[in-house]
Design a protein around this ligand. Structure first.
Ligand code: ACM
Length: 760
């Protein structure tokens, strides 16, 4: 025993003080930032075979840390139970604290010249302390020093307690199936950033992804879809897979919140069991994105039996206290037309289909409560008076996840219910960084401004949502990172924010992400182009600005792809004739992000005055009046600010060229994205006039693009005419009006998107 003890001392002395020794330890750049951290002069050096002393609460965690450090950091720790050993020994000490202000997840860490002391009240706190320690120990820039057993840490004191108990990410495995190992990797990545909820979206119109033994067709049929090109796509998790993932999550202090979406987003259910629909079917697992009208028929009693049986099996697989039942985007069309639903509405004395949905949710809540679970639903479940007191005095205890805006969280909290916030404005990571840059996520405040302070405790926390319509597994990293860093800090610190300071830490953190093989995407657009038109000189001045620090730009004007030897951007670019400007950003000498391009057309209507018969929609104003004669073409992204749009109406514009002008060609540009209700116009006609009263139709065109064409189509059409002198040009693009019968949202109002009217 004595011999053993002496050898302990011997090894422990290898952890030695070196505060007087250069070089200095790097200043820690941690994400999320600890709530309190003081860095002192001096450093701690980790020598060969450093020791860990752990008490029983922390021992298992310390064991896995030891293994991880050996595998990933190349550091061989020796682990000892600390009972009976002096806390004066050099090494890393894990001690359970009785400081209740640390809560379950908080911890303290003090690094002195010969010791690292970590304390927490629960294993979760120790776990987060270890995530901090892993970031401190992460390879590079200390990697080279590491190999010589010379890893230095700054002397510091941290006291770190999360602001929000709910720090989550939704992963949609319905639209795209994600492999088991990939889900585990995300659990690891969440935990590394001190996130503690994986909201696992397991069922969708496009695929049911969880085995339910009582309803085998849910996965035999419901997990597989036929794509438009005839290929089959799908996959699901067996109950064995689920148990494995749940156990993995538990070990990482991540609670999985399963979501079985109902009564909407259930086409895969109906494909397998058409008897749960209001209409006869048959149904197919959806292969189009969007909101589908076929939903569970909540007038039928057998639907409740089905839901209860599914919940009976699924709740048993997930130990967490919460269960998400979706409840979003459930169109009421089928219930309105269903005699069974109408009968139930009458029998229950309900006002409408929204109250019918509230009735359904209440019954599902009872099923969950009976199994010891609490219900969470998207904010639509508030519609229909779910939270109102019932005649028997009971009230729903549902937790509301606000996504359309924060007002739903306010409504829930004011009524005394809890809420989770993940609004589209800040938390939708399926949106591109053009719409939701890193800075925007970082600016998120989970506590709604209008919420009275005494109700703030009802905001449990927030989530970022990774909907995967356009994000197969291999693209998830690029969409999630680096924006996950922002939400992790928002939810962990909750308080004062300093974007500049955050940015510096993100820069350092990229090295850690790279070491973990994370294929992170850009923080923002690599280039913002601002084009100013000088009417007197008839020229454009284009300024290029980076959406983030550390980028330089090179560009071409001839449509070719910019390279490292293309023209370097310094001041604004002056254009006085038609050109396609292409800009490539560079970071650390390498091309960064995609090419930003903008086509300019110096045609005869450029900068002229114009009037519309019906003004464009306020939702898509582009740059306002004049946008259709600004010489700038839109991209394939209809939200790029260059497309002007009309909803359910024709686009009719009259352009005044100022004086009679010889015209020989007329054209226009349109965008189609059928899944977004944007179609090509039915027809386009051009008329000319010298007096704005007597018109002569000179051209009539169609785009020739089928409304069934999938994806986004940009089409520029034009027609040559025999040269005619005219001062006024009228363009009329007639809308198709309503979405055609075959469209998922048949009867909806069609949008027309236009970027330019070209007069030559
Ligand atoms: C949602 O985005 N439909 C919750």
């Amino acid at each position: 025993m004595l011999k053993h003890f002496l050898s302990l001392i011997f090894i422990a002395t290898l952890l030695s003080a070196c505060s007087d020794q250069a070089p200095k330890a790097p200043t820690p750049q941690l994400v999320p930032k600890p709530t309190e951290m003081t860095v002192k002069e001096g450093s701690f050096t980790l020598n060969e075979h450093p020791h860990i002393y752990a008490d029983p609460v922390a021992y298992d965690l310390a064991t896995s840390f030891k293994e991880e450090a050996a595998a990933h950091l190349g550091i061989e720790f020796r682990l000892e139970k600390s009972e009976g050993l002096s806390s004066k020994l050099n090494g890393i000490h894990f001690r359970t604290s009785s400081d209740s202000t640390l809560g379950d997840e908080g911890y303290q860490m003090a690094i002195s010249t010969n010791k690292i002391r970590i304390s927490a009240t629960h294993t979760a706190g120790f776990f987060y302390a270890l995530q901090t320690l892993k970031q401190l120990l992460a390879p590079d820039p200390t990697a080279s020093a590491l190999s010589k057993g010379q890893l230095m840490l700054p002397l510091l004191e941290i006291r770190d307690v999360p602001a929000f108990q709910w720090r989550g990410m939704l992963l949609d495995c319905g639209r795209h199936f994600m492999e088991k190992e990939f889900v585990k990797r995300y659990i690891r990545l969440l935990a590394y950033h001190k996130m503690n909820r994986l909201h696992w979206h397991l069922t969708e119109d496009q695929g049911w992804r969880i085995e339910v033994k009582k309803y085998p067709k849910l996965t035999e049929i419901g997990a597989w879809r036929t794509e438009a090109d005839g290929s089959r796509y799908g996959g699901f998790y067996t109950q064995e897979d689920i148990r494995e993932i749940v156990a993995y999550a538990e070990a990482h202090h991540v609670t999985i919140v399963p979501e079985i979406d109902m009564p909407g987003h259930t086409k895969a259910v109906l494909a397998a069991y058409p008897e749960f629909a209001c209409t006869e079917g048959p149904f197919e697992v959806a292969n189009q994105w969007g909101v589908h009208k076929d939903v569970l028929c909540v007038g039928k009693e057998e639907v409740y039996e089905f839901v209860e049986n599914v919940l009976e099996e699924v709740t048993g697989l997930f130990p967490g206290p919460y269960f998400h039942i979706g409840g979003d985007e459930a169109p009421k069309d089928r219930w309105k037309a269903s005699a069974i639903c109408q009968e139930r509405i009458q029998k229950l004395g309900l006002k409408d289909e929204f109250e019918l949905q509230a009735y359904f949710i209440q019954r599902v809540e009872q099923m969950l409560n009976a199994r010891g679970k609490r219900l969470i639903g998207w904010d639509e479940i508030l519609e229909g008076g779910l939270l109102d007191e019932k005649p028997d005095g009971s009230r729903s205890n549902a937790t509301i996840q606000a996504w359309r805006n924060m007002d739903w969280a306010v409504e829930a909290a004011e009524k005394g219910n809890d809420a989770i916030v993940s609004p589209t404005s800040h938390c939708y990571l399926d949106y591109s960084v053009e719409t939701t840059p890193l800075r925007q996520v970082y600016a998120f405040n989970p506590i709604p401004e209008s919420l009275p302070a005494e109700a703030a405790h009802h905001i449990l926390g927030g989530e970022v949502n990774v909907w995967t319509e356009r994000i197969p597994q291999q693209r998830v990293d690029t969409m999630v990172f680096p924006r996950l860093l922002a939400i992790s800090e928002v939810l962990w610190t909750g308080g004062e924010k300093d974007y500049e300071d955050f940015s510096k830490r993100v820069d350092r953190h990229y090295e850690r992400l790279e070491a973990m093989g994370v294929n992170y995407g850009p923080e923002d657009r690599p280039a913002y182009l601002t084009a100013r038109f000088d009417a007197a000189k008839r020229q454009y001045k284009v300024a290029v600005e980076a959406g983030m620090r550390g980028l330089s730009h090179r560009y071409t004007l001839d449509g070719s792809a910019p390279t490292a030897s293309s023209m370097a951007y310094s001041d604004s670019i002056v254009l006085d004739k038609s050109a396609t400007l292409k800009v490539q950003a560079f970071r650390k000498g390498k091309a960064y992000g995609e090419v930003t391009h903008q086509a300019f057309s110096f045609h005869k209507a450029l900068g002229k005055s114009q009037q519309f018969t019906q003004k464009y929609s306020a939702k898509y104003p582009a740059s306002g009046d004049g946008a259709l004669v600004d010489g700038r073409f839109g991209s394939t992204k209809y939200r790029d600010g260059l497309w002007q749009a009309w909803e359910g109406e024709d686009m009719e514009i009259v352009i005044d060229l100022g004086e009679n002008t010889a015209i020989s060609k007329l054209g226009a540009g349109f965008l189609q994205e059928t899944s977004s209700w944007i179609l090509m116009p039915a027809s386009v006609t051009f008329s000319l006039s010298t007096d704005n009263q007597n018109w002569q139709e000179v051209a009539s065109l169609t785009t020739g693009v089928s409304p069934k064409e999938s994806g986004t189509v940009v089409k520029r059409i034009s027609q040559e005419i025999s040269p005619t002198d005219a001062r006024y040009v009228k363009a009329l693009a007639k809308t198709v009006g309503q979405l055609p019968a075959w469209h998922m949202s048949a009867g909806g109002k069609v949008w027309i998107f236009v970027d330019e009217i070209i007069v030559e």
